[in-house]
Design a protein around this ligand. Structure first.
Ligand code: C2E
Ligand code: MG
Ligand code: MG
Ligand code: MG
Length: 283
């Protein structure tokens, strides 16, 4: 009896595994077709200048409108895209789309300093030398203000191979793109390297901004902000969920913030409207 039960259990387990595998395979082939079928969309989250609460830029965030599963967040497909190599095509699509949109916004509503858009780039993309050609092509098609298209890379990614990363980053800067260091504080950045990387912006990870351990939070934030400023970088905090977060960040000297306090990721149409309102107010 025990043996039969065990056997049944193993059978159930095997079935679950098989189902998972077919799901995964189905997702892979769905993703292959997603670009052709225009199922990949970008949403834009506002980044606000804390000194006067004005709109400074956006972060472009990818979404997949899956025909059966609905709108999927990146957590559900970026890993698959990376493992299958589809990230190269997907990443180029995102860069190109975001740059064209930014160019259009800058033409329509010139701001001083110019509006920026940050675009996330994954390790598989950075490891390809062709990324440089891709960025060059994208900027030729969408000649945005220098530095206003910001390539956003995570700390762990650049620390994987700091020598190589430093070279690539320098070239990316030379092409006229900006560079933003994402999720700062979650990895193990060597400060010596940080100084050698030509980032113009660091983004403090939301875990520092949201931490409920009120005691240590200002201390950590103050140090990270001072470090960024000492290295000549702008500092953005992500995950500012409530107004009190934004007030505290401003008091601690942070330049920009992004988070639900200022707006969730929105459609390009909503972002355009927000930008129009912002420029109307400034005029
Ligand atoms: P990230 O670059 O750190 O982006 C910030 C994430 O925090 C976004 O999640 C955003 O929606 C979310 N967020 C914004 N405000 C708040 C807030 O106030 N509170 C909290 N709790 N969360 C907030 P999302 O859009 O699901 O993206 C997750 C991650 O997926 C991104 O983290 C980024 O690493 C990656 N990703 C997004 N778009 C792309 C892309 O086009 N290419 C690549 N390679 N990765 C991407
Ligand atoms: Mg990011
Ligand atoms: Mg981030
Ligand atoms: Mg983060």
């Amino acid at each position: 009896y025990a043996k039969r039960l065990g056997g049944d259990r193993i059978e159930v387990f095997k079935q679950a595994l098989r189902a998972q595998k077919t799901d995964r395979l189905a997702m892979e082939s769905d993703l292959r077709r997603a670009l052709e079928r225009s199922e990949i969309a970008l949403v834009y989250q506002p980044v606000v200048r804390l000194a006067d609460r004005t709109l400074a830029g956006f972060e472009a965030l990818v979404r997949w409108d899956h025909p059966r599963l609905g709108r999927l967040p990146p957590a559900e497909f970026i890993a698959i895209a990376e493992e299958t190599g589809l990230i190269v095509e997907l990443g180029l699509f995102v860069l190109d789309r975001a740059a064209r949109q930014l160019y259009q916004w800058q033409q329509l509503m010139p701001l001083d300093p110019p509006l920026f858009t940050a675009v996330n780039v994954s390790s598989r993309q950075l490891l390809r030398h062709d990324l440089l050609q891709d960025i060059k092509g994208v900027l030729a098609r969408a000649p945005v203000a220098r530095g206003s298209l910001k390539i956003e890379l995570t700390e762990s990614l650049v620390m994987e191979n700091p020598e190589y990363a430093a070279q690539m980053l320098t070239r990316i800067r030379e092409l006229g793109a900006g560079l933003s260091l994402d999720d700062f504080g979650t990895g193990y950045s060597s400060l010596a390297y940080l100084q050698r990387f030509p980032f113009d912006t660091i983004k403090i990870d939301k875990s520092f901004v949201r931490a409920d351990s009120r005691g240590i939070r200002p201390v950590m934030l103050r140090s990270i902000i001072a470090l960024g400023h000492d290295l000549g970088m702008d500092v953005v905090a992500e995950g500012a969920e409530i107004d009190a977060d934004a007030v505290e960040l401003y008091q601690l000297g942070c330049d920009f913030a992004q988070g639900y306090a200022f707006g969730e990721p929105m459609t390009p149409e909503q972002a355009t409207r927000l930008l129009k309102d912002a420029t109307a107010q400034a005029a």
